[in-house]
Design a protein around this ligand. Structure first.
Ligand SMILES: Cc1cc2nc3c(=O)[nH]c(=O)nc-3n(C[C@H](O)[C@H](O)[C@H](O)COP(=O)(O)O)c2cc1C
Length: 217
């Protein structure tokens, strides 16, 4: 499955309300993630008690299992219908989650639960305007497919894409609180610069970014 087909599959699933969740052939170079641990972590109310933003990170990378669990919690598939751990506007799959790490930028493919290579470059420092941004091992970059949001104004596109992203961001916050990771959701982003660094087509736009890592001791 090519990256484009991943996107088309998501669009088709939105239209048909049935997602292609059967095992999918993976694009060459894609990195399968270990199956997510769906029963771990702490009770929800305890995680809510601990949720907060962090702006001091160590460089310690996340294990493959932790990355898998994080991405599934963020916006993975949680039902046979192919729907997700976060709600989304009009049942149209608008948001893609990218992971920017030291070894490049990867697109999270929830159907295959895998990372699809997007860029080989380390663009972490370009994902935000604050000093801590470069140090942390993982930046989630939320990208909206504006072209999938038909019949609404550009302002509404931005609004609904932002709300979709906010739900995902809160999933990330609660997952991080639950397993001792640190995170902060970020709007302080040079959006044109990041779109260029990510080589996004004109109809796609970054909504927010979110740093994830371990807190600096
Ligand atoms: C839409 C939005 C944008 C944000 N942008 C940034 C940002 O660019 N940089 C940052 O350090 N924190 C950012 N934050 C985090 C907030 O500053 C933080 O959630 C708030 O101060 C409350 O602190 P807490 O999350 O620790 O409860 C953002 C939060 C939201 C919801």
């Amino acid at each position: 499955m090519t990256r484009r087909e991943v996107g088309v599959g998501m669009l088709a699933s939105a239209t048909l309300a049935v997602a292609p969740i059967a095992a999918t052939a993976q694009e060459p170079g894609s990195r399968p993630l270990p199956p997510p641990d769906k029963v771990g972590g702490m009770p929800l109310l305890a995680a809510l008690q601990l949720r907060h933003s962090t702006r001091e990170y160590s460089a310690q990378p996340l294990s493959a299992q932790t990355l898998s669990d994080l991405l599934w919690a963020a916006f993975g598939i949680n039902r046979p219908s192919g729907d997700r751990t976060a709600p989304y506007w009009r049942h149209v799959m608008v948001i893609d989650v990218y992971a920017a790490m030291s070894d490049g930028v990867w697109l999270y493919d929830p159907s295959a639960h895998a990372l699809v290579p997007h860029l080989p470059d380390d663009i972490r420092a370009q994902t935000g305007l604050q000093d801590f941004v470069a140090a942390a091992p993982l930046k989630l970059i939320y990208v909206a497919h504006g072209e999938r949001m038909t019949d609404i104004s550009p302002e509404e596109r931005r609004l609904y894409a932002s709300v979709d992203t906010g739900f995902i961001g809160q999933n990330v916050y609660l997952f991080c609180a639950s397993v001792g990771l640190a995170t902060v959701f970020r709007a302080a982003v040079d959006y044109p610069k990041l779109a260029r660094a990510m080589k996004l087509p004109a109809e796609q736009f970054v909504t927010f970014a979110q740093t994830v890592g371990y807190p600096r001791a």
